[in-house]
Write a protein that binds this ligand. Sequence first.
Ligand SMILES: [Zn+2]
Length: 667
Amino acid sequence: MTATYITTTIPYVNARPHIGHALELVQADVLARYRRGRGEAVRFQSGTDDNSLKNVLAAQAAGTGVRAFVDRNADAFAALGGALSLSFDDFIRTSRDPRHRPGVERFWRACSADLYRRRYEGLYCTGCEQFYRPAELLHGRCPEHETVPQQVSEENWFFRLSRYAAPLRAAITSGRLRIEPAGRRNEVLAFIEAGLEDFSVSRPAGRSGGWGIPVPGDPGQVIYVWFDALCNYVTALGPGEEPYRRWWAGPGERIHVLGKGVLRFHAVYWPAMLLSSGQPLPTALFVHDYLTAGGRKISKSGTPGTVPEPAELAAAYGADAVRWWLLREVPRVGDADFTTGRLAARADDELANGLGNLVNRVVTMIHRYRGGRVPAARRSAAPAAVAGSERLAAACREAQAAAGAALEDFDFRGATAAVWRIADEANAFVSQARPWDLARAEDGRSQDERGRRDAQAQLDAILGQLLGACSALGRELEPFLPDLAARVRAQCTPAGDGRLPLPRPVFRRLSAPARSAPARSAPPAGLGVEEPEQDQHDDGADDRPDDPDRVEAVDVQVVVLDQVLQEAADERAHDAEHDGAEDPDGVAAGDQQPGDSAGDEADDDEHDDESDHAGKLPRSRVLCPHGRIVMKPVLAGQLALQRGAEPRRDPDLRVADPLAEPLRLGG
Ligand SMILES: [Zn+2]
């Protein structure tokens, strides 16, 4: 079995994690999940760089002991695993992990032919932990940190990088060490062409406050943190021989995901260290660009006060929404600007309206028209005649290969777009196929027997194809949105009784509806405002600020709403009395299907008069006397308002109302 080893870089823990860290973690997680899904043996590793001098300085500035400071921040990075649904197999902490220090010492000794001591003077940026040549500075400042570097003069150990220009160039140009995107590869080659100078690989122990790994045989020096940190990719595989042989020395792939700011370390220093110590090179480096936050650069120490930490974002919006923004909006080349507004808009538009509605309406229609049982496909009624069927089938068929090809290129936007095509085609197909018309036709008295049979077979085929598309989404989205994909799969999988689970929202809308409408009192007790499928759908319909119907309807909304709400409440009370128990979902199983909120309406306002109100208020047969065009948006807005006033609790979903309360900022 192919063995693939995927790593993130290990960030300094001089500050808490920011959204830029989340980008890299999520990208690497997608690669790991995707490859596991196609049957590869995968090891996915992340961790923290605890031994940085910068950590020491930050701890001093915070007036905290270095150990406590480092532990606290490292814990925050490790906690991103749960918060962002990351599938790490291993998380290494360079100051704590018993594998690391002996591994670094072994590595150091293995490079001894290229290590020597000399006095060095240079300009040092502690932010980068790196010496700069004057020509590399921008107006005398570090190009990364825009700070003035320190003039440092000290005796250090050096690594003979100058020997490795030719082998590095050969590894990169041959593709043995692949660097993506191509612009980064060219940047590395240009750096090599400009001439490689030996680089300092130790610091006086005094300058690091004793923090770090002492140079073997020279305890007055500690190993340069970059030398130390880069070794994590192999020290975590020790001390036994087998994991190292399997993941690093074997024929599989070794993929590092990293940011552009640490390209030189990964594409030049690290491969040279590996060559010096006689070890294989990584097979691929994927270099992502940076995020800005609200138009501002995110420095390595974060941007306190501008953007919530990734764990806070995930707690507020859910891991799915955070992952989706990072994967859908961050280009393969070029920086991207993050705002919580963009995150919520993307999630609402696609995960709630696009995917959530689709799954909900398909499952609801299967419950409503087929008692929850997945229709068996009938050869005679392949839905090929229905416009869009072939396009949807093609999207389902091609998604996996297209996403895979994009991920081979580390193109996360391309990969998600390939999968998303299924959702777009399926939504278009619903509108074109109009299953609700077929449902009427198969019941219709005006039809002859043959017409009814044809309608029935067509509807079976359409529902079957739509459910297949939803299942395909549940499968293909797994690497990108593991939590949401699992909910979609659960929703599309028949239970022991052969029926699909009752429809529940797989993704709830994040943005609160507009608050300009007049405040309403609480709904009558027992009202099914909690109906999940209403939530999915109504919110979608509600999202039209210039909807003239809504404006016109303001005057009648209270009357109409109260009437319908009361009817529904009365009916529920009545049902409870007679049935002995009230269905908590308000959706009865079997023949008594709830109204189809699943969205006959969204694309079909003019024609589907029957499902509309029933959809809003299941089991209410009392429909709006004012006509549907007025009712629909009014009810939608009204229900949304009530939800806004009284946030619900759903153990399966992490929901927040981002407008209700500004997110508290970390740090
Ligand atoms: Zn710097």
